[in-house]
Write a protein that binds this ligand. Structure first.
Ligand code: 5GP
Ligand code: MN
Length: 326
C-alpha cells in the first residue's frame, strides 16, 4: 500500500474536502469522520461534503453539523478553496454523486481510500485494498502512518465502520486485523455493547412495519438457493418508513437455510430501482453479477441501479442470477 505517497500528499494540504458514496452507510461515515478527526489532530482543516444526509445507523457520529450535505451553489467556493479532495469507501467519482462529479471536474490533487472492486484508480494517489474489511480499517492504518492522534469520536467512527461492514463481526471479511483494531479501540475506551446498540438497534416502529411488509413479498427461486423480496413505494407509504430504513433488511433475510443469494429490490424517491445483492458462498460473486447491470461493490455484497418498473428490474436480474446457479 502506498501510504507514504498518501502521507506526502496530505501533509502538503491545509484545507482538504472529504467525501464518500451516495446514501452513505456506517462505513462511509465512519471512514470520513475517523479521517477528519485524524487530520485535525495534525493541524489540517478538513470539511466533509456528502451528496446525501446521514442514516439512522450513523447519525450519532455527526457533530457541529458535520458532515454537510452538498449544495452545488452554496459550496462552490468550498470546493474552489480546497487544496485536496479525498474520497473514502468509493472507487469512482460518480459513486459520490453530485459532489464527486464536481470534484472530478476541478482536477485538483486527490486521494482515494477504498476497499471495493475494482481497486480504485481514479485519484492522484489511490490507497485501495479489496482485502480490507472496510474503508474505516484502511483509515485506521492511514492515521497511524500520519502520526495522527485518536479522539473519542474517531474511535467511535472507526469502530462503527468495522461493525457495519462486517455485519457485527459476522461476515467473511471479519479478519484477524478487524479484531485487532477492535481490541485496540476497546482498550482505549470503546464499549462494544453501546456501539452495537447505536449502530444496529436504532430502528423505528415504522421500519419494523416496513420489514414486515417486505417479508410478505418474499419469494424463492432455484430450489430455494435464490431468495428475493421487494420494498415498494406503496409499502413505504403505508408503513410511514423512510428510504434509509431498508438498511440491513437483506442481511436479515440471509439467515434463511439453503439460500445462496439474497436480493432486495426497492423503489427509491428518485424513481429508479435499487437492488441489493448478497452472496452467502465464496463461489458466487455478486460483484460480477452487479457489473452486468452497471453496478458494483464486493464479491459478497453489491448493489445495482435499474430502471422501473420494479417487476421488470426483478426479471432482468433473476434471469442472469439463475444462470449462475444452473
Ligand atoms: P447495498 O446493497 O447495501 O446498498 O450496497 C452493497 C455494496 O454495493 C456497497 O459496498 C455499496 O457501496 C455497493 N453498491 C451499492 N449500490 C451500488 C451501485 O449502484 N453501484 C456500485 N458500483 N456499487 C454499489
Ligand atoms: Mn465499505
Amino acid at each position: 500500500m502506498n501510504w507514504e505517497a498518501a502521507v506526502r500528499l496530505v501533509k502538503q494540504s491545509k484545507t482538504p474536502v472529504i467525501t464518500t458514496h451516495e446514501m452513505p452507510d456506517g462505513d462511509a461515515i465512519g471512514a470520513e469522520v475517523g479521517l477528519a478527526e485524524g487530520l485535525r489532530s495534525i493541524g489540517l482543516n478538513p470539511v466533509i461534503l456528502n451528496s446525501h444526509p446521514l442514516s439512522p445507523s450513523n447519525e450519532f457520529l455527526s457533530l457541529d453539523d458535520e458532515p454537510v450535505v452538498f449544495d452545488p451553489e452554496r459550496h462552490a467556493k468550498v470546493l474552489e478553496a480546497a487544496d485536496l479532495f479525498i474520497m473514502v469507501d468509493a472507487n469512482f467519482w460518480d459513486r459520490a454523486g453530485s459532489v464527486g462529479e464536481a470534484m472530478a471536474a476541478l482536477h485538483k490533487p486527490s486521494l482515494c481510500i477504498d476497499h471495493h472492486f475494482p481497486p480504485a484508480d481514479c485519484a492522484t494517489v489511490n490507497c485501495a485494498s479489496v482485502e480490507a474489511s472496510s474503508a474505516s480499517e484502511l483509515v485506521f492504518y492511514f492515521c497511524e502512518h500520519l502520526g495522527a492522534q485518536r479522539t473519542g469520536r474517531s474511535r467511535e467512527a472507526i469502530y462503527t465502520g468495522l461493525l457495519f461492514d462486517t455485519g457485527n463481526f459476522r461476515f467473511s471479511n471479519t479478519s484477524n486485523r478487524v479484531h485487532q483494531i477492535a481490541a485496540t479501540l476497546i482498550e482505549e475506551g470503546i464499549v462494544a455493547e453501546q456501539m452495537y446498540q447505536k449502530v444496529f438497534e436504532h430502528g423505528t416502529f415504522e421500519r419494523m412495519k416496513l420489514f414486515g411488509m417486505a417479508l410478505s413479498s418474499l419469494q424463492i427461486d432455484c430450489d430455494g438457493q435464490l431468495v428475493w423480496f421487494l420494498v415498494t413505494n406503496e409499502m413505504f407509504a403505508e408503513s410511514g418508513a423512510v428510504p434509509s430504513d431498508v438498511e440491513g433488511f437483506a442481511d436479515m433475510v440471509r439467515t434463511i437455510r439453503g439460500s445462496k443469494m439474497v436480493f432486495m429490490f426497492r423503489d427509491t424517491p428518485d424513481g429508479v430501482i435499487k437492488a441489493s445483492l448478497r452472496s452467502k458462498t465464496n463461489d458466487i460473486d455478486v460483484q460480477a453479477l452487479a457489473k452486468k447491470f452497471g453496478g458494483g461493490g464486493h464479491k459478497r455484497a453489491s448493489g445495482v441501479t435499474l430502471q422501473p418498473p420494479i417487476f421488470q428490474a426483478v426479471e432482468t436480474v433473476l434471469t442472469e442470477a439463475r444462470k449462475l446457479l444452473a
